[in-house]
Design a protein around this ligand. Structure first.
Ligand code: ADP
Ligand code: MG
Length: 512
């Protein structure tokens, strides 16, 4: 199931809230139960027990007052006391009993259901007491009737007194049973309440510890869920410091993981962009160098070329003159050798100035559809002698029916001559030169591969810079000019090389 970050954090805290809520609810319920219990005991059973005690005291008083009647010899006093007793005890007793029953019914209204039968039992007992007290009243009246006479009949007195004391003891027993029952009940309830309070306290502590555990768990979970955010921040600050290699690699499918992946993508794009910008800057620098070279070259060519061609012309004239002159045998050949050397140097200097000139004012290519295999065949034929003498074996791998390319034939020959010459110079002990063509979707690829000494990474880096050369007497212009020509054609020239194994130049030209 996929849950968003917000949902997960919300769920974590919802669990914590529910747990704490449950603990609070439990505590409140237990408190309420305890309050009911206290009310039952303090406003119920304690009061009822007090009522029972008062009834008992009242009954005992009446008993004593009745006994006291026997000690009175005067009939008048007895009659007065009987009147008093009648006036005082029955209404009081009835009122007390009524109060007790009313209280029992009141307790019924708030007693927990488990206590209802007991309270009903109490009510019944008070009711029965009322009945018994009525019987007691009748028995007492009988005794009063005998005692109110001027000369009490002893036989009647003994009989009525016997009846009275029977009822009396029943009531006393009943009252004391009632009181003990209530006292026992109170003790039970208080003990029960204490025990329950102890258990409730323990339960609340346990539940609270659990709730705290759940809270800590939810916090840890949130922290774990939010941890990738820190990784993200670190990554962003690394990017800010210019370290585009930063890849976060956060797994998962929540928002942070998606963000982290987007971030990785962005870092990658930035890295690519930076590489592009660097390459562009290098190309720009090379172009500026070429422009500077151009200006200087134009100046040098202007100063050197004309004197150089007149030197060449004069040397030729001198050679002609020498051919007709007479010398002692040895001197003549020595002079001819010297002049040949001068011609060689003049030719070399002319070639160099030519290259400078091409560099200075690269001629706009005159693009026409050309058969590239024909151009390659021509150049290879032209250099056959030279390559054979250097011990280089040429392998041609031309794809049949290679499509024509858009090129300036003269400039193209110039490029191939440069590449072939470089390869030959890289294989002083001889080797193998493979020249291949391969048509592609939009252009044609030409590969020039040699088995020469190859080049180091350092040389590879500066290869196409003008004037970069590792050769004594090299100009360092061949590859710079060749690349310039190919760029003007809308093509490209690139190089792969393994030191000690050889070099491969790959050239691409747009198809006609
Ligand atoms: P030059 O030939 O005058 O040195 P280039 O621009 O033609 O200038 O070449 C520049 C440098 O590139 C060479 O000096 C050489 O070190 C290196 N180079 C070019 N082609 C090859 C090759 N086929 N094998 C090894 N190194 C090469
Ligand atoms: Mg060269």
């Amino acid at each position: 199931m996929k849950l968003s970050l917000a949902t997960r954090i919300f769920l974590g805290y919802a669990v914590v809230l529910v747990t704490f809520g449950a603990v609070s609810l439990f505590s409140v319920t237990e408190l309420h139960r305890n309050r009911l219990e206290i009310r039952l005991v303090s406003q119920g059973y304690l009061q009822l027990s007090q009522d029972a005690a008062e009834l008992e005291a009242l009954h005992n008083n009446q008993k004593k007052d009745t006994e006291r009647l026997f000690d009175q010899n005067s009939v008048e006093t007895r009659r007065a006391l009987i009147r008093l007793t009648r006036l005082y005890f029955p209404p009081h007793m009835a009122q007390r009993l009524g109060t007790a029953r009313a209280r029992a019914r009141e307790v019924l209204s708030f007693a927990p259901s488990g206590e209802v039968p007991f309270v009903r039992g109490l009510d019944t007992r008070f009711g029965e007491l009322a009945h018994q007290y009525e019987a007691y009243g009748r028995a007492a009246e009988a005794v009063y009737a005998v005692l109110a006479a001027d000369a009490p009949d002893h036989v009647a007195l003994a009989r009525t007194m016997g009846d009275l004391s029977q009822v009396e003891s029943t009531i006393s027993r009943e009252l004391s049973v009632l009181r003990t029952t209530l006292e026992n009940r109170i003790r039970e309830r208080v003990d029960g309440a204490e025990e329950r309070e102890r258990r409730t306290g323990l339960a609340i502590i346990t539940l609270s510890v659990m709730a705290i555990g759940v809270g800590l768990g939810a916090t840890a979970w949130s922290a774990r869920t939010l941890r990738p955010v820190r990784t993200l921040i670190e990554g962003v600050s690394r990017i800010a410091r210019g370290d585009y290699n930063a890849q976060l690699g956060v797994r998962g499918d929540d928002e942070v993981a998606v963000l982290a992946r987007e971030f990785d993508q962005m870092a990658h794009s930035l890295q690519t962009r930076e590489a592009q910008i660097k390459a562009q800057a290098e190309a720009l620098m090379r172009a500026e160098q070429l422009a500077a070279v151009g200006r200087i070259s134009a100046q040098i060519v202007h100063e050197v070329r004309n004197p150089l061609s007149s030197i060449g012309l004069n040397v030729e004239l001198l050679q002609d003159a020498l051919a007709e002159a007479r010398f002692p045998a040895d001197a003549g050949s020595e002079a001819r050798d010297l002049l040949a050397a001068v011609t060689g140097e003049v030719d070399r200097l002319t070639e160099v100035t030519e290259q400078y000139l091409r560099m200075a004012r690269p001629p706009r290519p005159d693009l026409e559809p050309e058969d590239i295999t024909q151009v390659l065949d021509g150049v290879l034929e032209f250099t056959r002698e030279e390559l054979a003498r250097a011990g280089v074996e040429v392998v041609r791998e031309f794809t049949p029916d290679t499509p024509r390319v858009l090129a300036d034939e003269g400039q193209l020959r110039q490029v191939f001559l440069n590449l072939l010459r470089n390869s030959r110079e890289a294989m002083p002990e001889g080797g193998r030169l493979r020249v291949a063509t391969l048509p592609r979707e939009r252009d044609v690829e030409v590969t020039v591969q040699d088995t020469g000494g190859g080049m180091t990474a350092e040389v590879r880096r500066h290869l196409f810079e003008p004037f970069f050369t590792t050769k004594e007497g090299g100009t360092g212009l061949g590859l710079a000019v060749s690349q310039q020509i190919l760029q003007a054609h809308g093509g490209s020239l690139s190089c792969q090389s393994i030191p000690g194994q050889g070099t491969t130049f790959v050239l691409r030209l747009p198809r006609a």
